[in-house]
Design a binder for this molecule. Structure first.
Ligand code: PTJ
Length: 249
């Protein structure tokens, strides 16, 4: 990796770029994943590269939904593996949930490489390598999934998604938790619970809420989930953004 001096004011951001770029060279991240990262980075910059209160609230509800689920699955793609593999594995253990590799630009080589990274980090149950089902109404390879995993999951966490699958999963009656820094994306607009935050901050924060809720009554979690209004929270996210931009101008 290119050496970035720790004293550089954009050290963290530049190191993250290095991670993504390295992962692309290793065949984990698809080349268009770099473009997706750039878009995310731009939104993160506008939000102040921090977890805003509306994101934290969504992360809390996401934890409640994951804990209340019968078969929660965390969907993993190239960018997520590069940026938050350890965090996703740790979150999966805490719930507990399973991981499934699901790629938009699917190739057997990339699936194998991503699976190898996750298994090397200790993941034993991993879905998505040998798909045996399709998500109805989706023509892309994103439809490929496993019966025991995403196909029968009741709650699916989809960090860095494209909108089509999010909508298709919802048509199957699933609760879809999306992590997307772009509050205007189709994914953000159509998920059940949209977390407008960087995946690197969002996943550990959901885990933090999981531990906070470990002794909570099921009825309390269900009440929280019922009170959730995704549209209202997204409106507040947009308000936060416009106020921040106004204050900077
Ligand atoms: O690995 P694959 O083949 O599944 O491909 C993954 C990508 C990301 C290339 C694919 O899903 C894609 O093209 O996604 P989109 O449609 O570009 O959407 C990605 C969304 O994630 C955009 O709205 C970005 O703003 C957002 N995003 C990018 N980086 C982050 C992010 N959101 C949260 N955290 C990030 N680090």
């Amino acid at each position: 990796m290119h050496k970035i001096p720790k004293s550089h004011p954009r050290y963290h951001s530049l190191m993250t770029r290095e991670l993504i770029s390295e992962a692309m060279k290793r065949g984990i991240v698809h080349e268009t994943g770099l473009i997706a990262h750039g878009r995310g980075e731009a939104f993160d910059y506008l939000f102040g590269e921090t977890t805003i209160p509306q994101a934290d609230f969504a992360e809390k509800i996401a934890a409640a939904a994951l804990l209340s689920a019968k078969n929660p699955v965390i969907s993993v793609n190239g960018n997520v593996t590069a940026l938050a593999a350890d965090e996703c594995i740790s979150l999966a253990k805490s719930v507990p949930a399973t991981l499934e590799v699901n790629l938009f630009h699917r190739s057997p080589e990339r699936v194998k490489k991503i699976a190898a990274v996750l298994r090397k980090k200790g993941v034993t149950t991993l879905y998505g390598v040998h798909p045996d089902a399709r998500i109805p109404g989706l023509d892309s390879d994103r439809a490929l999934c496993e019966k025991k995993g995403i196909y029968t999951a009741d709650v699916v966490l989809v960090p860095l998604e494209d909108g089509d699958r999010c909508q298709a999963l919802q048509r199957m009656g699933k609760t879809v938790i999306a992590i997307d820094l772009n509050p205007l994306s189709r994914t953000a607009q159509s998920a059940t619970i949209t977390i407008v935050d960087n995946v690197t901050r969002a996943v550990p924060r959901i885990e933090w809420w999981i531990y906070k809720f470990k002794n909570a009554k099921r009825s309390h979690l269900e009440k929280l989930i019922r009170s959730w209004d995704n549209t209202e929270n997204l409106e507040k996210v947009m308000c936060f953004l416009s106020k921040r931009l106004n204050s900077l101008s």
